[in-house]
Design a protein around this ligand. Sequence first.
Ligand code: AMP
Length: 397
Amino acid sequence: MATIETYDFKGKKALIRVDFNVPLDKETFEVTDDTRIRAAIPTIQHILKQGGSVILMSHLGRPKDGPEEKYSLKHILHQTGKLLNEEIRFASDCISEEAFEMSAALKPGEILLLENLRFYKEEEKGDVNFAKDLAKHGDVYVNDAFGTAHRAHASTAVIAQFFPEDKMFGLLLEAEIKSVDRVLNSTEKPVTAIVGGAKVSSKITIIERLLDKVDNIIIGGGMAYTFVKAQGGKIGNSLVEDDYLDTALHIIEKAKAKNVTLVIPVDTVIADKFDNDANRKEVAINEIPDGWLGLDTGSKTSEMCRETLLKSKVILWNGPMGVFEMPNFAKGTKDVATAIVDATKNGAFSLIGGGDSVAAINQFGLADDVSYVSTGGGAMLEYLEGIELPGIKAIRE
Ligand code: AMP
């Protein structure tokens, strides 16, 4: 398999699938968060430095039926050019004659951005002819879009067949795979996974798989109450999935059999309504009065988590401990984030991956103090579930 580090890009046109699906201001269309653009910069710069030229392709938003002004990638040209300190050409249709002329005319060191791929419905359908057309832009295909690696779209997977020898991961995608594999195949122990979030049902496959991979699993967030109820606790009006009580008991049994320590919260911050300004108190998690609901983990639970995390060599965090979006119920999540930061300072490897824990670590301003923050929400979840992501498979096969 070709790799970006060893490939000779001199005089080559590199067609890079990036994830420039960034949020834009609704009125001015300015980029409001350029994290994803920043994440792609090292790959682009590497190829330019080697004497290649670059054709960037991405989707933006969810256009319904053809081109829509608000989803045009021209809105991100300015910010991308600024980050690269380079001028970027723009093709206003990704497979028009003009676009092919522009890519054909690119000289080493030059960059072309193609218009939103999803302006063609063929992109999401994984249409082979559309992929074949796109492939005409480049001599080499680089996939650097982890955020869409779980989709079998034309530009993320199908296109790879047109570059049998000249296809590879970009630096970002490579780093994502490396960091998650470091957790799943760790030889350093103990490994601790924190699995939080709203529901057992959406995390069950991940928990089952992690039981074979890690030493400790900390359960947090709304799903904890299903575990507590399954064991006979009183959870008041807390979030619960009654269809999953047996599943929760089964996980507890399986963890015992596999010698995995399951840390289930022992105390909780309860509220008399789902509101930041609700009345609050801290109680044992199995003694929640009727009419009250648990929205955060309590201080004893934070202490237990901290103790486990500080002993860990490898940490995976997926999903918040409580409703961290409300400041009065963010403490449990922040305590865990702080413990991960301290463990990282002591030499542990920490990966924050999958949707809301990434939002949480950013909200606390601690993203730079952990080892790796993943850029792919859904993709990371599917990778953790053990699914072979189409975007990764297409490069490897
Ligand atoms: P997920 O997308 O499954 O990772 O769930 C994340 C969401 O779970 C966040 O929006 C949290 O606000 C929410 N959440 C966490 N703890 C609770 C809880 N105790 N009750 C209700 N929602 C929760």
